[in-house]
Design a protein around this ligand. Structure first.
Ligand SMILES: [Zn+2]
Length: 294
């Protein structure tokens, strides 16, 4: 019998109960995605994040003050079990690594991380193990969301797209890279942006999660394996992208993994769009008076 919690979405709950979603990164996007999945009736979640919750996270996170200093992944697991105690949730306070999924390969990976190195590591794993993956990000005070899905063997991979994403952000040099062997020099500093914007972007991302994790479901038209990049314009009114709409874009194969003989990159139009979306980076404490980096 289906749990009464899912009385308003029995169809999704029935279809998702055997599915395993791994969410890498439990920040503003990852925490929202996790609870969307839990409330939809997903059967198994693996949550991965090495960090603990800080006060400056709370303005746009599913967790609250009572969870400060706790592992984001573990506190999120408790919040999910409050919604659906039958959901099998594995919380890992660690960075992404290959041995996370020794027992069971997930049906889908959702990357909600802020590190290019981590995104590349996820891409590498997902291609080797044939796991569809969706990568979420946002720029310009979360005014525009950027969602890329990869189906191994069917679509260009994350690396085909990576230079487009990385060229948009200049990461400040940090001397910790010389002293801390664990330091991740590709981690993007916190960006300004409203929770509401992030929720809209994550809501669109979750539609893609549903489409990818359930290939027989009615959201399948979203996945044509050609328009693999979704640009969600929430509040960038001077952009060529229509505000409050999603623009479907193509990423061409162009990395050494997918096709070393083809030199193709995101289209000129796409690069023009990207130039208009500048990130506003914050310092370590998440304060908002830090000027945007050039
Ligand atoms: Zn590729």
């Amino acid at each position: 019998m289906i749990d009464p919690v899912f009385a308003r979405n029995p169809k999704e709950a029935e279809r998702l109960k055997e599915k395993h979603l791994a969410i890498i990164g439990c920040g503003s996007g990852g925490s929202a995605l996790a609870l969307m999945a839990a409330r939809s009736g997903i059967g198994k979640l693996t949550l991965v994040d090495p960090e603990t919750l800080a006060l400056e996270n709370i303005g746009r996170h599913m967790l609250s003050r009572a969870d400060v200093d706790k592992s984001k992944a573990r506190a999120l697991r408790d919040a999910i079990l409050d919604v659906n105690p039958r959901c099998e949730v594995e919380a890992r306070q660690q960075r992404f690594s290959d041995d996370l999924f020794r027992d069971r390969t997930p049906d889908l990976i959702a990357s909600c991380v802020d590190s290019f190195a981590c995104e590349s590591a996820i891409n590498d794993y997902a291609l080797r193990h044939d796991v569809p993956t969706i990568y979420g990000g946002c720029w310009g005070e979360a005014s525009v969301g950027e969602l890329l899905y990869v189906v191994p063997g069917r679509t260009p991979c994350y690396e085909c797209f990576a230079s487009f994403r990385r060229d948009r952000v200049e990461i400040p040099d940090d001397p910790r890279k010389y002293t801390d062997t664990e330091f991740d020099a590709t981690k993007v500093p916190g960006q300004a942006g409203l929770w509401a914007n992030i929720l809209i972007i994550t809501g669109v991302m979750f539609q893609l999660v549903l489409a990818l994790v359930d290939p027989e479901g009615d959201r399948q038209p979203l996945i044509d394996h050609e328009h693999t990049l979704f640009l969600v314009n929430v509040s960038k009114y001077d952009s060529v992208l229509q505000p409050l709409a999603n623009t479907f874009a193509k990423v061409k194969k162009g990395c050494n993994i997918c096709n070393p003989t083809v030199d193709l990159r995101p289209s000129t139009e796409l690069l023009e769009v990207a130039k208009s979306i500048e990130p506003v980076l914050l310092d370590d404490h998440g304060t908002t008076d830090v000027p945007a980096l050039e």
